[in-house]
Ligand binder design. Structure first.
Ligand SMILES: [Zn+2]
Length: 369
């Protein structure tokens, strides 16, 4: 009798969670901002992605005068909402006076169709705006296993011979430069690398978050060709009071955007990281409030004992501050591109500066769908 009761209970529990997971397969609504001049899809750069869960929208913002081309990626990892929302604010608010800005807010769209329930992660979170609450998906680091299965025991990166844990075979930021006939995730990577080459992208930025105990948070990681450009941007940010580190992309760490974009294309490649306590191992209660408000007393304690690479204040690391850091980084790096190569200048308007975004909050810069 007892096994039947357990089975019945499991079926009831499974039915109860189905609506939440099914809802994740419908993408969040993103509003086309006044600066968006056209919309295309990643499959334009690799036809095999057309109609697949790896296809994703590319927002094109073209200025009226010539200049360089900048690409900004959010959502490489769908459980790192500051990168995703910085890309959303950029495409919903920015206008381009010179040059061209390409924004992909959900770089790994498949990662937004599932999450990690065993981490206690919410499937979504909401941001308060002047007109109500706007909902966004909280996804997963990797491609949905429904879309790429099974994982090998060991992921051997094509070309470099580097080996990683098998689950990393679904990590877009280990799949670059990608292969047209590779795994589903390698094909997404291939399409992005092809876009960078075909559109002559001058500066390619990949926006991430990581746990507060990860040593590379609040840092830019730049390909060696982009280090001078990133150093100038770094000084611009520091002089505006935004403390941020700078590291050079390790030469033998393969598959990552900042390494492979820089090696395989002519673009300056930079990755940025902010601090997301919902990803950390020391966190307490895990819910949408932690994702948005970024407050956690265990991280405050760890910080007070000198255990974290960057301070964790009582006020936490709210999503507004994390998005503000990413947008300050994008503005500084774009400015630096124009300073170092004036014919490649990209002139942006309408992007909130760090102080304005922190003071007014993220919701003030999200449009009503
Ligand atoms: Zn990441």
């Amino acid at each position: 009798m007892r096994p039947i009761l357990v089975l019945a209970g499991a079926i009831v529990a499974a039915i109860a969670v189905v609506p939440g997971f099914r809802a994740m397969h419908g993408p969040d609504t993103i509003v086309r901002g006044p600066g968006v001049t056209s919309l295309s899809s990643l499959s334009a750069y690799h036809k095999a992605l057309a109609g697949s869960p790896g296809d994703t929208a590319i927002y094109d913002l073209r200025g009226s005068t010539p200049g360089g081309t900048v690409l900004v990626l959010g959502g490489t990892h769908a459980d790192e909402p500051a990168g995703y929302l910085a890309a959303v604010v950029l495409l919903e608010q920015a206008r381009v006076d010179a040059g061209r800005l390409l924004v992909i807010p959900r770089a790994n769209a498949s990662g937004f169709t599932h999450n990690y329930p065993q981490e206690g992660h919410p499937t979504s979170f909401t941001v308060a705006t002047p007109w109500g609450r706007r909902q966004f998906t909280y996804g997963a680091r990797a491609t949905n296993p429904v879309h790429q299965w099974p994982d090998p025991q060991v992921y051997s990166l094509p070309g470099s011979g580097q080996t990683l844990s098998g689950s990393e075979t679904r990590n877009l930021n280990r799949a670059y430069p990608g292969r047209p006939d590779g795994t589903f995730t390698e094909q997404i990577a291939f399409a992005i690398t092809t876009l960078i080459t075909r559109e002559h992208v001058d500066l390619a930025l990949d926006l991430h978050e990581a746990s507060p105990e990860y040593p590379v948070v609040n840092t830019m990681v730049a390909h060696q060709r982009a280090v001078d450009l990133a150093a100038v941007a770094n000084m611009t940010m520091q002089s505006a009071g935004v403390v941020i580190g700078l590291e050079t992309s390790p030469e033998h760490l393969h598959g990552l955007s900042h390494r492979e974009w820089g090696d395989a294309t002519g673009a300056f490649a930079v990755l940025m990281e902010t601090t997301n306590p919902a990803q950390g191992r020391l966190r307490g209660r895990t819910d949408a409030d932690l994702v948005v408000n970024g407050r956690d007393r265990f991280y405050v304690l760890a910080s007070s004992r000198g255990g974290l690479p960057v301070p964790f204040p009582d006020s936490g690391w709210p999503l507004s501050t994390r998005v503000a850091r990413h947008l300050a980084g994008v503005a500084a790096l774009v400015g630096s591109l124009g300073d170092l190569t004036p014919d490649k200048a990209v002139v942006l308007a309408g992007v909130p500066d760090y102080e304005t975004l922190v003071t007014r909050g993220l919701g003030a810069f999200l449009r009503k769908p």
